[in-house]
Design a protein around this ligand. Structure first.
Ligand SMILES: N[C@@H](CCC(=O)N[C@@H](CS)C(=O)NCC(=O)O)C(=O)O
Length: 211
């Protein structure tokens, strides 16, 4: 059995993505929390794991992996999860869905960026305004992109894909920062399907908080 350790933070959406993939693969792993609010991501020891000062980091039998999307592809390929379709054109479209959220929305809403926005503006009130101003158009675009697929029941069809894995953490953030998804029926139906899957449920921040 492999020795697997995930360095994460319960509320980190990049970590949440990786937890979903680990659960889908039914991998047993240890968790080492890195408390972002205490600044542990910038500690010397964590910077040796991830020089950008981010979570997650995944260690597998002494090999260290960073960047959640790369880690998810590693898990997907190692455990044959089928999170990306066979055909190159389909694969490219699914990756684009995932990247719409994981590359264009998530990074501008992370702690370091929003802290900087708060610092520049001199007001804590900037944080929710800032975050919502990126989540709302991101989810609107995602809903439009979903129109090219049938949600039966997941983002792109009957199989869970990397798009679902990236969507659910973004939904957690939308809820957290007061962005309603009610006007996005395609997203709402995918969220319902993912919420019925134990891998997604077990990865939810509320269910790992005590680690
Ligand atoms: N592109 C990176 C982004 C990771 C990332 O932004 N992690 C956030 C938590 S979701 C973090 O560690 N933030 C620390 C900070 O902002 O100081 C990945 O996907 O792994």
């Amino acid at each position: 059995m492999k020795d697997i350790t995930l360095y994460d933070y319960w509320r980190s959406s990049a970590s949440y993505r990786v937890r979903i993939a680990l659960n889908l693969a039914k991998i047993e792993y240890k968790t080492v929390p890195v408390d972002l609010l205490k600044g542990e991501q910038r500690s010397e020891v964590h910077l040796t794991r991830q020089p950008q000062g981010f979570v997650p980091v995944l260690e597998v039998d002494g090999q260290r992996f960073t960047q959640s999307l790369a880690i998810i592809e590693y898990i997907n390929e190692t455990y044959n999860l089928g999170l990306l379709p066979e055909k190159i054109a389909d694969r490219t479209k699914v990756r684009a869905l995932a990247q719409t959220l994981a590359i264009d929305v998530h990074p501008v809403c992370n702690l370091a960026v929003t802290n900087f926005a708060v610092e520049l503006s001199g007001s804590q009130e900037t944080r929710p305004i800032w975050i919502k101003s990126f989540i709302e158009p991101g989810l609107k675009a995602f809903e439009t992109l979903l129109g090219a697929f049938e949600q039966s029941p997941y983002c792109t069809g009957s199989d869970i894909s990397v798009a679902d894995v990236c969507l659910m953490p973004q939904i957690y953030n939308a809820n957290r920062w007061g962005t309603s998804i009610d006007k996005y029926p395609r997203i709402v139906s995918v969220v319902k399907a993912c919420n019925a899957d134990s891998a997604f449920v077990a990865a939810h921040p509320d269910n790992v908080k005590a680690n």
